[in-house]
Design a protein around this ligand. Structure first.
Ligand SMILES: Nc1nc2c(ncn2[C@@H]2O[C@H](COP(=O)(O)OP(=O)(O)O)[C@@H](O)[C@H]2O)c(=O)[nH]1
Ligand SMILES: [Mg+2]
Length: 295
């Protein structure tokens, strides 16, 4: 058995979480067109007959503007330590910029093999992609480059197969049925946050947090009660929508997705609460699980 950890890094919106979900064949990390959807380290586990790969998804690079941003940056640093391989995800549609090349240089110094996955090939023009790929030729320290489309699952099996050679461990880290290190409670709160991000366009960019107040199973049904936290009074009516239409629609989408995750009927109650500037409030960050403090 070959086992090991692979950190998934790259710019915000490159397609890291989508690629992780595609590699483990389950949605373990939420995805949205907004940068900084992923806030902390999430592990996705893939086990087959001869290997176990633990992928560590990270938030995209950002300039920290608040305490939540500091937490997210720390989470990237933690993720790239002690891994068997760093998988750098580059958006092939967007092209490769100087910042990405500089980051590759930074990772090279870690002394860990670097594999590049150029993704979104389903929407990249080959004629435009080729010169972008050529930029990687001169970069020292890249072990291999794979072109994939996470959305269409193109090249993903080959990428996983290729990554096996970098695994250095021999013991399994997770049970063979595990797909993530996160609790169901965490996944439920993330699904709700994803539906808010998807529903609210650019009005409520990143100031949304979700707290699960109650999550109980009665017979086979789940009863879940959660609060969506917004950071400005003006955001509350937007999340609620006209006569509550928006929060109702968010609730419906979230419930369907949670039912898939839990494989059972779900009763979901959502509340919206204002907590001004919560991204700088240590006790709210702690309540939402974004904290480096020990619990
Ligand atoms: N067409 C296409 N879109 C993709 C692909 N992978 C990701 N996306 C889209 O790119 C956006 C950012 O994806 P996400 O995985 O959240 O990126 P992250 O910020 O790097 O984790 C989302 O709108 C995804 O649907 C892909 O292979 N093809
Ligand atoms: Mg992500």
């Amino acid at each position: 058995m070959k086992t090991g950890f692979i950190a998934i890094v790259g710019q915000a919106n490159a397609g890291k979480s989508t690629l992780l979900n595609s590699m483990v064949q389950q949605k373990v990390s939420i995805v949205s067109p907004k940068p900084q959807t992923t806030r902390e380290q999430i592990m996705g586990v893939w086990t087959d007959s001869d290997s176990q790969m633990v992928f560590v998804d990270t938030p995209g690079f950002l300039h920290s503007k608040n305490a939540l941003g500091d937490y997210m940056l720390k989470s990237i640093d933690n993720a790239v330590q002690d891994v068997d391989c760093i998988l750098v995800v580059i958006d092939g549609h967007d092209g490769i910029d100087e910042r990405e090349l500089a980051q590759l240089e930074r990772y090279r110094k870690q002394g860990v093999p670097i594999v590049v996955a150029v993704t979104k090939t389903d929407i990249s023009q080959p004629a435009k992609l080729m010169p972008e790929l050529a930029k990687l030729n001169g970069v020292e320290g890249i072990a291999e480059v794979y072109c994939v489309s996470a959305k269409r699952n193109d090249g993903v099996t080959e990428l996983k197969q290729g990554l096996k050679k970098y695994l250095k461990g021999t013991e399994m880290y997770f049970d063979e049925d595990d797909v993530t290190d996160k609790s169901q409670r965490f996944s439920v709160s993330e699904i709700i946050r994803e539906k808010v991000l998807l529903a609210c366009e650019n009005e409520i960019p990143h100031g949304v947090g979700v707290v699960i107040n109650k999550m109980e199973q009665q017979n086979s049904d789940w009863d879940i009660d959660a609060t969506v936290i917004v950071e400005k009074a003006s955001h509350k009516p937007i999340v609620l929508g006209k006569h509550g239409a928006m929060i109702k629609s968010i609730g419906t989408h979230a419930r369907e997705s949670i039912e898939k995750l839990l494989g059972a009927h779900v009763f979901l109650t959502l509340w919206v609460k204002i907590k001004e500037d919560w991204r700088n409030n240590p006790s709210v960050l702690y309540e939402l699980g974004y904290s480096n403090r020990r619990k």
